[in-house]
Design a protein around this ligand. Structure first.
Ligand code: NAG
Ligand code: NAG
Ligand code: NAG
Ligand code: NAG
Ligand code: NAG
Ligand code: NAG
Length: 464
């Protein structure tokens, strides 16, 4: 039986969405609030090995900018908040700053943007009134050097700049800030052809409202779509809803032409007791599904034809960040360059791992594509034997895992090791629990992977 023509046109639509999505991009924030990170030249090698083509920095460190020279990695640099008052006051200050910190490195170092300040509206130093004058002075300094067509200027705002973000389509900016700073900033962005930088953390929203927000929605695993009661658009992720709340706020002020770049998003692999949702499985799921969603999806439901550029937070766990435990555990990598969890970071990586994704009409509805990533649970080979054995016994006993395949003579008996058998049993438990958050933890002896585990010829199931 042939494909009905509506399915066929949906398939074409799906393919054209995929084709358009080529322009979306993933970058990583390279924060350095730590005393144990590798030297910048080694970090640049790490970025290249992992196919990361865009980074964002929190300053203009000379060693870092030099190490990035001729790497073909695009770089967003930052002017820290403490310089805003000087930058706002004096054009000669920004001339000197641009000379010493930008034009000295460009174009060998592919600087594509300057973040002037970071989350300025929530800076306890009260730097808000300096923001737009500082942005304008930095821009004038770039114009003098004819670098303004090459380097964009913007400033990352936190989602707390919104006074309303739910329903998504009712998104609006904090009215106290709108007149004094938001409208002047948006005028500046429009005039200079720049974009709005937004830091968006579904983790914070989930963690504070875990009783109201489903973890699947926070982790890009929602398939049915949460309908926005204002405009009827369907959302498969809290991330998309957060970005669109800012687009709605822009729209309310008649700045529909301004694009958003998500300059930070992430999920911590560790947190304090009260930081609900922090943990390695959720971090792997969030970041892995984010990469897939960005690289294989289109724009957001409200702006499906705008490219979606996202910088993950962050490259490393940073041991000197103050605050709750989560703050020091957003990294994709440990300082020793080992991955905290294994997720794809590039399109090639995704393609080599992915089972083919079958387009379905639901996936296209609301201009969203399915972003479910296959995951498995495996034993941590560094776990203490007794703990691993206890987890294995639990899974095969009251946990109800299917442990027949690891009995002597069965398909997954070989290799006959505690690690292999525990991985099989823990994965079976995890799949039977429908991969629910927390079902691949076992006191820290297991973790989630996005590649099929390899133990001999044993095939690990992904569902029961
Ligand atoms: C540099 O990066 C751009 C964008 O990522 C890519 O299109 C181009 O092929 C790269 N050039 C080289 C010489 O690798
Ligand atoms: C270059 O930037 C650094 C930090 O961003 C700053 O401390 C330094 O003063 C800048 N150089 C000039 C000449 O402004
Ligand atoms: C913040 O700055 C504004 C304008 O410069 C000033 O009116 C206000 O009192 C300051 N607030 C604090 C808490 O310093
Ligand atoms: C900077 O932008 C101008 C105008 O778009 C372009 O002609 C030039 O090649 C760019 N310079 C570099 C180094 O990319
Ligand atoms: C709006 O911004 C002002 C000034 O930063 C702040 O005092 C106020 O709490 C904010 N309102 C909301 C609803 O976030
Ligand atoms: C996106 O589509 C809208 C109309 O739906 C159009 O006005 C806008 O120019 C398009 N933007 C881009 C970047 O293609």
């Amino acid at each position: 039986m042939g494909l009905p023509s509506t399915s066929y046109s949906l398939l074409l639509l799906f393919l054209s969405i995929l084709a358009f999505a080529e322009s979306n991009s993933i970058g990583v924030n390279y924060g350095r609030i730590a005393d144990n990170l590798p030297p910048p030249r080694k970090v640049v090698e790490l970025l290249k090995r992992n196919g990361i083509t865009r980074v964002k920095l929190y300053d203009t460190d000379a060693t870092v900018l030099s190490a990035l020279a001729n790497s073909n990695i695009s770089v967003t640099v930052a002017m820290p908040n403490e310089l805003l008052s000087s930058a706002a006051a004096d054009q000669s200050f920004t001339d000197a700053w641009v000379h010493a910190n930008i034009s000295k490195y460009f174009p060998a170092t592919k600087i594509e943007a300057i973040a002037v300040g970071n989350e300025v509206f929530v800076d306890p130093r009260n730097t808000t009134s300096f923001l737009v004058p500082a942005m304008k002075n930095v821009h004038s300094s770039l114009v003098k050097l004819k670098l303004d067509p090459n380097i964009s200027i913007s400033s990352p705002i936190a989602l707390t700049a919104l006074q309303s973000s739910y329903p998504t389509s009712f998104g609006s900016f904090n009215s106290t800030l709108t007149g004094p700073v938001i409208v002047p900033m948006l005028d500046f962005l429009r005039k200079t052809g720049s974009y709005l930088m937004v830091n968006a953390y579904p983790f914070f929203a989930y963690s504070a409202n875990a009783d109201k927000i489903s973890i699947n929605y926070a982790l890009f695993k929602e398939n049915l779509g949460v309908v926005d009661s204002g405009n009827g658009l369907k959302y498969n992720s809290l991330f998309d809803a957060q970005v669109d709340a800012v687009y709605a706020a822009l729209s309310a002020l008649k700045y529909d032409d301004i694009r958003i770049v998500v300059t930070e998003t992430g999920w911590p692999s560790k947190g304090d007791e009260n930081e609900v949702g922090a943990g390695p499985e959720n971090a792997a799921a969030y970041n892995g599904n984010l990469v897939r969603r960005v690289l294989t999806g289109n724009g957001t439901p409200l702006r499906s034809n705008y490219s979606l550029d996202v910088f993950m937070f962050a490259l490393f766990n940073e041991n000197q960040k103050p605050g709750p435990t989560s703050e020091r555990n957003y990294g994709l990598f440990y300082p020793n360059e080992q991955r905290v969890y294994d997720i794809p970071l590039t399109m090639d990586d995704l393609k080599s791992r992915s089972q083919s994704v079958t387009p379905s009409p639901e996936a296209i509805d609301g201009a969203e594509v399915s972003t479910v990533v296959q995951t498995w649970c495996v034993a941590n080979r560094k776990a203490a034997k007794e703990k691993l054995q206890a987890a294995l016994d639990f899974a095969c006993g009251e946990g109800g895992a299917d442990c027949k395949p690891i009995q002597e003579g069965a398909a997954c008996y070989s290799p006959d090791s505690l690690e292999a058998h525990a991985s099989y049993a823990l994965n079976s438990y995890y799949q039977k629990k429908a991969r629910a958050a927390g079902s691949c933890y076992f006191g820290g002896v297991a973790y989630v992977v996005t590649q099929p585990p390899k133990y001999g010829t044993c095939v690990f199931p992904t569902g029961y």
